[in-house]
Design a binder for this molecule. Structure first.
Ligand SMILES: [Zn+2]
Length: 418
């Protein structure tokens, strides 16, 4: 994760700071802050209950149904699950625009992973307990606080437990939310809660595009068919050319060849070989350029290998073929420094005395940011570690700071009457 320089304060910063201080001083907001402290046992319970329900990519339905039940218990309206599996609940307000608070409900763990979730001292342990148990707990805590203390805000809040954030999910849940007119046309601001912590703001969406390059040929015996085109050699020719593609230092742009497979034995010319390539940048233009370079390198390698093979061929000409399959696509995007959502989160952090760095990462925020909407991704408070491993943990200490941060941000974006 790359860090970016601090974002310049603009002239309208002091009024936002004053507004946040006013909100934080309202009796009902103070009551919500107290509620966050007194209800921690409930938050930990919700978090562990969620983490005990398997939610592998494309298998989030049971956890989604559980979340919809909690949304109903908390009194949210319009509770529904869409055809992608996203769970919605609305806290009504006024006006046609709204503020969304979302957390992904999927995990990286396959359905067969034992979900041994434990609570010892201030810590919760187990797969998915922090990423994104912390986000799910934060959603429920904020919805619960607003109802418990009765805060009346202007713009409606839309609570979303979305599917498909991790890995092969490829942001399908958030993509679907922003392809649905009911939500796309109303959500003006998106606050995305992903994992633990209060010390970051993701305001730049790291884009990525991933490909599987598959090369197939006639195969053959290493001795008697020598000269037949070789898919592994095609891949090595491709990489030799592709790795020389010039990359800009800014916008930061990278590539990786992460998996390479092929062949059956040392004395066989392989019938197929494949590789997986990951291209990343904060700029879609650079990702497009890298993709073109990859495709050209593949074509040239195929041509070169087929030419060499036909020179060797004593009998019929045999050729290799290639397929470039897209296996992932996350759009890039970034927030302008003077957007309201950034001013608000920075004012909230200043008010709370919280130090947070602006970061760039690949999160659910990629989708609204790529559409030019205002979005940030932040943590659900507390602290955590071991994400994407069986040793994952979450420490509830300091969770209320993260929750106050989220609530104040939501209220400042929505507006609360004088
Ligand atoms: Zn996550």
């Amino acid at each position: 994760m790359a860090l970016t320089p601090p974002i310049e304060m603009s002239d309208s910063y002091p009024p936002v700071l004053e507004e946040v201080a006013r909100l934080a001083g309202l009796p009902e907001v103070c009551a919500a802050f107290d509620w966050f402290r007194s209800q921690e046992p409930q938050f930990a319970e919700w978090q562990m209950d969620a983490a005990r329900i398997a939610a592998p990519p494309f298998g989030e339905a049971a956890r989604g149904a559980w979340l919809a039940e909690r949304f109903r218990e908390l009194g949210l309206s319009e509770v529904q699950i869409d055809e992608a599996g996203n769970v919605f609940g609305v806290q009504p307000g006024y006006g046609s625009r709204s503020v969304a608070l979302s957390a992904h409900i999927d995990t990286v763990f396959p359905a067969t992973t034992p979900l041994n979730i434990q609570h010892r001292g201030s810590r919760l342990y187990g797969p998915g307990v922090s990423d994104n148990g912390a986000g799910i707990a934060a959603l429920l805590a904020v919805a619960g606080a607003i109802r418990a203390v009765g805060i009346s805000h202007a713009l409606p809040f839309i609570f979303v437990g979305n599917v498909g954030e991790e890995g092969e999910g490829d942001l399908r849940g958030m993509r679907h939310v922003f392809a649905t007119p009911r939500w796309r046309d109303s959500i003006a601001y998106s606050v995305i809660v992903d994992g633990a912590g209060s010390d970051t703001v993701v305001a730049e969406a790291l884009g990525s595009r991933r490909f599987e390059v598959i090369v197939r040929g006639p195969g053959g015996h290493s001795w008697s068919d020598f000269g037949a085109p070789n898919p592994i050699i095609v891949l090595s020719r491709t990489l030799e050319v592709f790795r020389q593609t010039p990359l800009p230092a800014s916008p930061k742009t990278t590539f990786n060849v992460g998996v390479i497979r092929g062949g059956t034995s040392v004395n066989s010319i392989p019938e197929s070989a494949s590789m997986r390539v990951d291209l990343r940048s904060t700029s879609m233009v650079e990702i497009d350029r890298l993709e073109r370079a990859l495709r050209i390198a593949v074509e040239q390698a195929i041509e070169a290998e087929n030419r060499t093979a036909s020179e060797h061929a004593k009998r019929k000409p045999q050729e290799v073929q290639c397929e470039v399959v897209a296996i992932g696509n996350r759009p890039a995007g970034e927030l302008a420094a003077d957007t309201r959502i950034l001013k608000v989160i920075r004012a909230v952090d200043a008010h709370l005395g919280n130090v947070a760095q602006v970061q760039r990462a690949s999160t659910d925020a990629n989708i609204p940011l790529s559409l030019g909407r205002e979005a940030i991704a932040i943590g659900g408070g507390g602290s955590g570690g071991g994400a994407h491993t069986l040793q994952e943990w979450f420490d509830t200490g300091g969770r209320d700071l993260g929750l106050r941060r989220i609530l104040l941000t939501m209220l400042a974006l929505s507006g609360v009457g004088e």
